[in-house]
Design a protein around this ligand. Structure first.
Ligand code: FRU
Length: 503
């Protein structure tokens, strides 16, 4: 069976087991009317933005998120909560943090306090977040954002706010938020990366309560088209030793306008982050990946979730009772190429466990137009597909449905750019800021390329060159794509073409 799968083009019908254990053909949900993703997290109702407090504890991954439970638009921020044991399927739990006398609850992080440094208890989960006071904001003093902490002794179910909040008062900086905290073993302290206007300020603490300023990073470096938000300082152990990556989300000022996340590769000595990087680098060139940060307590694995939207139009997208989903969880890597150390992102390996192979083919010759719809027709837009090209030529992958919606992505050799064209993929007129033709430069020089794309009803995530160039984009169609056609003017062979249905 395995041999046959590997050798020939094979379309496997999708079977599942009925209640009585009988094999039945799985019902496909081809109605995408409410735009809700199938295998990406979205809140049951209300509004969601940034992922917060990503942390692993005792077999559970916790995802907290910026949440307005009462309306599907941004409003008074709470921390919503969901957990997963496999990083793919999420269960939404009751709200974790509610607004209080210090303000609403903006973005932040969570850690497992293994050494009981804060004295809340061994292995307490401690959340470090921004309190945003709308009352103080009105006074225009710039003192409205402060940092606070809360802890949980029952694995995130209930939370107690620390009586000494705020733990960092505002020194008069209008944008002063989104603390991301990690343990720095060499100096025996907690390090906080905090977004401060258009820079990142690092603080240090022995107990998560008393914080001292260490250093500031960002003047004259990187993209400054908008405010800096949601930083994350990440350690990588490479063959050439330890490297550090600083993620900084910026809004607006992204490469395709609007929100996006830039990164810096450098070193961190427990006090200062330094880099000799001169160019601006983006973690994801697509319009819909913002405020991404990594999990705490996952060992050497750096696992990131981003918010799959863009502040340019997030409040207007045409879902109704809820708004926004997340990106797939991505494993970050650091790879050295001609440009230097580059960040790569690829879907977590856990995704493979929940998907079922529908088509596997070693070689598919593509000449002008090649129709691969047969393998694609019944998948209901929950797809994980990939292929490699020995020789990277101009090509377009076109997905379409019976309504005439068309999503196109591919590569433009002359411009050396990957692209997504969502201009004809359903509703686009809910906002004139909806960027319809995002592009991304190719940064590797290899002759061939590999491409993987995840479709989840109304989103696409494109990973090219082993995750070196990534694009995430939403679109809004009502019926699932049933056709997949590849177009090129050259003769090329698609190698290892694989299509999987994600369950
Ligand atoms: C980023 C952001 C954060 C802030 C939060 C408020 O998307 O603006 O800087 O903490 O959203 O919801």
């Amino acid at each position: 069976m395995i041999k046959r799968l590997a050798l020939i083009l094979l379309v496997v019908p999708l079977f599942t087991y009925g209640q009585k254990g009988k094999k039945v053909l799985k019902q496909q949900n081809n109605n995408l009317e409410n735009y809700r993703p199938a295998y990406h997290f979205s809140p049951k109702s209300g509004w969601m933005n940034d992922p917060n407090g990503l942390v692993y504890l005792d077999g559970e991954y916790h995802l907290f998120f910026q949440h307005n439970p009462d309306q599907p638009v941004w409003g008074p921020m709470h921390w919503g909560h969901a957990i997963s044991t496999d990083l793919i399927h999420w269960k939404e739990l009751p709200i974790a943090l509610f607004p209080d006398s210090l303000g609403t609850i903006f973005s932040g992080s969570a850690v497992v306090d293994k050494g009981n440094t804060a004295g809340f208890g061994k292995d307490a989960l401690v959340a470090i977040y921004t309190n945003h006071s709308h009352e103080i904001e009105k006074k225009k003093t710039g003192l409205h954002q402060t940092q606070s902490i809360a802890y949980s002794l029952d694995k995130g179910k209930t939370w107690i706010k620390y009586k000494g909040n705020p733990v960092i008062a505002n020194p008069g900086v209008w944008d002063f938020r989104d603390p991301k905290v990690s343990w720095h073993k060499e100096t025996g302290q907690w390090i906080m990366a905090l977004a401060t206007k258009q820079s990142i300020t690092f603080y240090g603490s022995k107990d998560l309560k008393a914080w001292g300023k260490l250093s500031e990073f960002g003047k004259g470096i990187g993209a400054h088209g908008g405010v800096w938000e949601c930083p994350d300082l990440i350690r990588f152990n490479t063959k050439e030793g330890e490297k550090w990556v600083l993620l900084v989300s910026i809004n607006p000022g992204g490469p395709n306008t609007g929100s996006a996340t830039q990164y810096f590769v450098g070193s961190f000595d427990g006090h200062t982050f330094t880099t000799d990087q001169k160019d601006i680098r983006w973690m994801d060139y697509g319009p819909d990946n913002y405020a991404g940060v990594t999990f705490s307590n996952t060992g050497e694995r750096n696992l990131l979730i981003g918010w799959m939207s863009n502040w340019e139009y997030a409040n207007q997208v045409p879902s109704e009772t809820w708004r926004s989903g997340n990106t797939i969880v991505r494993e970050l890597g650091l790879v050295k190429n001609e440009t230097g150390w580059m960040l790569t992102s690829t879907p977590v390996a856990e995704l493979d466990k929940t998907s079922k192979s529908v088509l596997k083919s070693k070689n598919i010759p593509v000449n002008k137009t090649t129709d691969l719809s047969k393998a694609f027709a019944q998948l209901g837009n929950t797809v994980d597909a990939s292929f490699t090209l020995d020789n990277l030529v101009d090509f377009k992958v076109e997905l379409s449905n019976e309504d005439g919606d068309r999503l196109i992505f591919g590569f433009d050799k002359k411009k050396n750019e990957y692209f997504i064209d969502r201009s004809k993929a359903g509703e686009t007129n809910f906002s004139d800021k909806f960027i319809t033709n995002p592009v991304a430069p190719r940064t590797v020089k290899a002759v061939g390329s590999d491409l993987r794309f995840l479709l989840d009803r109304n989103s696409i995530e494109l990973f090219a060159d082993n995750g070196m160039t990534v694009m995430s984009a939403l679109f809004f169609i009502k019926k699932a794509f049933t056709q997949l056609v590849i177009r090129t003017n050259e003769h090329v062979v698609l190698k290892d073409f694989s299509v999987k249905k994600v369950n």
